[in-house]
Design a protein around this ligand. Structure first.
Ligand code: URA
Length: 440
């Protein structure tokens, strides 16, 4: 693509004119082929970041990015579904959602990422399972989904390759936090799965990327608009993300927490969010008629062991030895890595749990290896924490409310910060649903 044509595109963004569609598609192609001057890509990203682009332009950008790589082609995609979450502390839903939906007859070809934040991403969590291989190409993903109903694979160069370069340049040009660019990046990869339906979990709160309802709503509307524009039946759920989700946070601990939910013994908070997401997809695909029916079917596939069996099958299909996969679902702690130390943090006064500061807990866990600071950092899977209380619950002084799993010594300052992350109240606390609003 000629430099003058890219300059024209940049000028259209800067002067708030609609970008020429064929020039935009040519630009994306050149980015995917790495056949363009980086300085021009930087300039275009900065223009979009500072001026924004319209919803139709965002859809065109998303479409171009999707078509820059492989798109899975299903004979009939009406039962092909997925979910994306903008991420939070203890957000392990994918690990349960994929096998639950597969057990209910849906097809989930999930692409997921590694984390560059306080805890790992879905792929980091799964990689704490011995042998689990997330490097599947699109054909392997499709074959596995046809065979067992689900897979969880790492994003790779075959899928939306334009995003790879754009994301790397966004990272160094401070243009990450642009709603159209986030939308195109996320939705192009989900659309490349060939989905019929998609549920988006847009987290909102102190421990989320979007901290205000206005920002979360704007992102949700943009993503729903682009996904629908590509023909995907899409809904976004804006959910509360101030306090940690469920009981387990950290990579191997979140695998443990997920298996407990699939065994019917897990946290109600965690299961509640999974049900919210699965039910939307089950209703949209016609598997069930109502939320209540969906909830009953989910309870059934958990009670009869078929969701857990799908999880075991997924592990085996993705490289875990059969004997290890069986041990994992029978006795997860016999397989998952465990930390050298577990430090208990004690409640210093009695009261109703009103706040648990997710970010304080997550930042300390990250420093100990649960998350990354740079993309080269290695995750230590066994690092994390267990929260032994729920919001609204009454705790007595002296109760060990937090168990911190670590290998390095915890400093006095860290112990004090962990302790101070719990706030109790003498008044009863009302606990609302995590669901704040629905955008469709
Ligand atoms: N995840 C992505 O894949 N892209 C973004 O831009 C943000 C989150």
């Amino acid at each position: 693509m000629k430099s003058a044509d890219v300059e024209k595109l940049i000028n259209q963004v800067l002067t708030k004119q609609t970008m020429d569609e064929s020039a935009l598609q040519e630009f994306i192609k050149a980015v995917a082929q790495r056949n363009i001057e980086i300085s021009l890509v930087e300039k275009w990203l900065k223009a979009v970041h500072s001026n924004g682009i319209s919803v139709p332009e965002t859809t065109q950008l998303t479409k171009g990015m999707m078509l820059s790589g492989s798109v899975i082609d299903w004979q009939n995609n009406s039962l092909v579904v997925d979910k994306h979450s903008t991420g939070g502390v203890g957000d392990k839903m994918s690990l349960m959602l994929a096998p639950i939906l597969a057990a209910c007859g849906l097809k989930v070809p999930m692409l997921a990422g590694r984390g560059l934040g306080h805890t790992g991403g879905t792929i980091d969590k799964l990689e704490s399972i011995p042998g689990f291989n997330c490097s599947l190409n699109p054909q392997q993903m499709q074959d596995q989904v046809e065979l067992i109903g689900c897979c969880i694979a790492a994003q790779n160069d075959a899928i939306a390759p334009a995003d790879g370069l754009l994301y790397a340049i966004r990272d160094v040009t401070d243009t990450i936090d642009s709603i159209p660019l986030i939308t195109a990046s996320i939705i192009s990869k989900k659309a490349a799965e060939g989905l019929g339906s998609l549920v988006l979990d847009v987290k909102c709160g102190k421990a989320a990327f979007m901290q205000t309802l206005d920002d979360a709503t704007a992102l949700a509307k943009s993503m729903v608009g682009a996904a629908k524009g590509l023909g995907i039946n899409t809904v976004a759920q804006i959910t509360q993300m101030d306090y940690p989700i469920g009981q387990y946070v950290g990579n191997s601990l979140e695998v443990l927490g997920s298996i407990l939910v699939l065994q019917g013994k897990g946290s109600k908070d965690t299961l509640g969010i999974v049900v919210l997401q699965c039910a939307e997809l089950m209703i949209r695909t016609g598997v069930t008629d109502s939320h209540e029916q969906a909830e009953n079917l989910i309870a059934e596939v958990i009670a009869n062991g078929s969701a857990l069996e799908k999880f075991r099958e997924m592990c085996i299909q993705q490289g875990t030895e059969e004997v290890t996969a069986q041990a994992l679902i029978d006795n997860p702690n016999s397989v998952l890595p465990s930390s050298e130390h577990i430090t208990e943090i004690i409640a210093t006064e009695a009261g109703y749990v009103s706040e648990i500061d997710s970010m304080v807990l997550a930042d300390i866990a990250r420093k100990h290896g649960a998350g990354r600071f740079t993309i080269e950092d290695e995750i230590i899977p066994e690092i994390g924490f267990e929260i032994c209380i729920e919001r609204g619950q009454h705790v007595e002084s002296g109760f060990a409310w937090l168990k911190f799993h670590h290998n390095q010594v915890l400093s006095e300052v860290e112990i004090a910060a962990l302790s101070n992350s719990l706030t109790t109240s003498s008044q009863k606390i009302e606990v609302n649903s995590r669901l704040i609003s629905i955008i469709e």
